[in-house]
Design a protein around this ligand. Structure first.
Ligand SMILES: Nc1ncnc2c1ncn2[C@@H]1O[C@H](COP(=O)(O)OP(=O)(O)OP(=O)(O)O)[C@@H](O)[C@H]1O
Ligand SMILES: [Mg+2]
Length: 181
């Protein structure tokens, strides 16, 4: 069978206090010991990974993301994105909230994925690494650079060059110079 390079994980979030107060009911459940969820009484859906309402941030990271970060170190590209209706828990899971104000066990994917490479690098002193980070928000059709305040309102363009490197338009001269060194 052809290997599909896309995996889909579904995470069910618990009801919020205000939802409990308004007597909202849980409508999606994980079926124990399977990668399936059940909606209502009889609609079953299967995913590559299912995380129930008691799943932890660590569990989500270790199961789905950690292997991708490890493959980055071997030169592969990886993309993770969160998709779902408003209030479903995308920001919570991806860890895009204010990192300084988030308790250790609530830290999501981004803080974990940033810590991990530095940990592996500290264990490998024989190879020189160069790490570059950009943090870009896509909102409707607009891109905003979240690390460069002055350019945040500029109309950013994301491009792929002939070598398959993806980045902001302005990154390329520097990046290609590094790659050809
Ligand atoms: N797994 C979880 N455990 C506990 N609370 C959660 C979980 N996931 C989300 N929440 C809480 O649910 C609320 C909505 O989550 P969040 O803000 O992440 O949604 P969102 O998908 O990013 O919504 P939007 O599209 O509006 O940005 C937040 O108060 C968040 O703290
Ligand atoms: Mg959000």
């Amino acid at each position: 069978m052809e290997e599909i390079p896309v995996r889909v994980a579904v995470r069910v979030r618990p009801l919020l206090c205000k939802e409990i107060l308004h007597d909202h009911q849980i409508c999606v459940r994980q079926i124990p010991n399977t990668q399936q969820v059940i909606i209502g009484k009889d609609r079953i859906f299967t995913f590559d990974f299912v995380f129930g309402k008691n799943s932890t941030q660590d569990e989500v990271y270790s199961t789905c993301i950690k292997p991708l970060v490890a493959s980055l170190m071997e030169g592969y590209n990886a993309t993770v994105f969160a998709y779902g209706q408003t209030g479903s828990g995308k920001t919570y899971t991806i860890g895009g909230g204010h990192i300084a104000s988030v308790a250790e066990d609530r830290k999501g994917i981004i803080p974990h994925a940033i810590q991990d490479p530095f940990q592996s690098l500290s264990q490998n002193s024989s190879v020189a690494f160069n790490i570059k980070v950009s943090y870009i928000e896509v909102y409707k059709e607009d891109l905003r650079d979240l690390l460069e305040l002055e350019t945040s309102i500029k109309n950013l363009q994301i491009r792929e060059d002939e070598k398959g490197n993806t980045g902001k338009e302005t990154d390329f001269s520097e990046f290609n110079q590094y790659v050809s060194e």
